[in-house]
Ligand binder design. Sequence first.
Ligand code: ZN
Length: 390
Amino acid sequence: MGSPFRFTVRDAARDGNCAARLGVCETPHGVIQTPAFMPVGTQGSVKAALHRDVIDAGAEIILGNTYHLFLRPGDELIARRGGLHRFIGWDRPILTDSGGFQVFSLASRCVITEDGAEFQSHIDGARHHFTPERTVDVQARLGSDIAMVFDQCIAFPASRDDAADAMRRSVRWAARCRTRLHELRSNPGPVLVSNPGQAQFGIVQGGAFADLRDESVDATVAIGFEGYAIGGLSVGEPIDVMYDIVGRTASRLPANQPRYLMGAGTPEDLVHCVARGVDLFDCVLPTRNARNGQLFTSQGRLNIKNAKYAEDDQPVDPACRCYTCRHHSRAYLRHLHLAGEMAGGALNTLHNLAFYLDTMRRIREAITFGTFDTFRQEFLRSVSRLPVDS
Ligand SMILES: [Zn+2]
């Protein structure tokens, strides 16, 4: 059985010299208007936010982390509860990563062989073994709408040889992931498949080396996936290198399939990379920074801890219509943050999510009206207006 996953490009930017496009992703749990931002729900929960508020902010899809859910509460337990959607009470689309990034960044004593990666849980020190096939099985049990292939992530800077080896291994692993998905679609055997319509995306790697990225695109597209991600960026490389790689890679990927930039980025990154043809984004910045008191606004970033907000009665962003901005002042949010009240993190998260998702809505609107280029210039001017608080 194939996947009911479908992607349709509806419109493309008509002004300026850019590759921005408007699309619709159809998944077993509903549609996603693209370009879209996916809030990160690592443990099956977007940190400090209720699903209701994530939906109200405008999210059509969230991301779950396979590594975390595999370790706790376990993919088999989740499958027995009917899959991740049922277990967490979220009936809209979910994308799961493969766990690769966390295995290489979070787990300790990670040993990589051609077969896969052996690592030690950061929770209890238990040893585990991820093979490409196993990460497909784990994601099948979770039942996300979009699953990712298992890839080998490298740190920046990496030597050309290291980047090439990891990229070629990632291609071999991607082929094994695709084979395993086809097996599960025809005969799942003992694996409890929670979402038979799950789609699978390949991941382009190759570090900061343009020719390795090209080789990765060709080899990954040759395997054939429902969509393609650009991985291994936003790991410390200069911002212009990231934008160049994104633009070059996106332009070489199939035009009729979705392109997902993994793990980036700032509000500016979203606009710059939509202009380069990216359809999907995820990033922990809006939620993580909210809990640390950093708020994204239409005028730039502000740090709510700053003493200058102690008696500031304005909302975080006078241009924002979110619950936080309609009801509370900077002074109150600063007080909550300094007092360590959980409501502070929750209200900040609500605002940052609203700002990110509203930015995506405005991007889609601008593409529809043929004014994306104007929007891009005004947005980038506007978000740099506020001097960044120390
Ligand atoms: Zn707000």
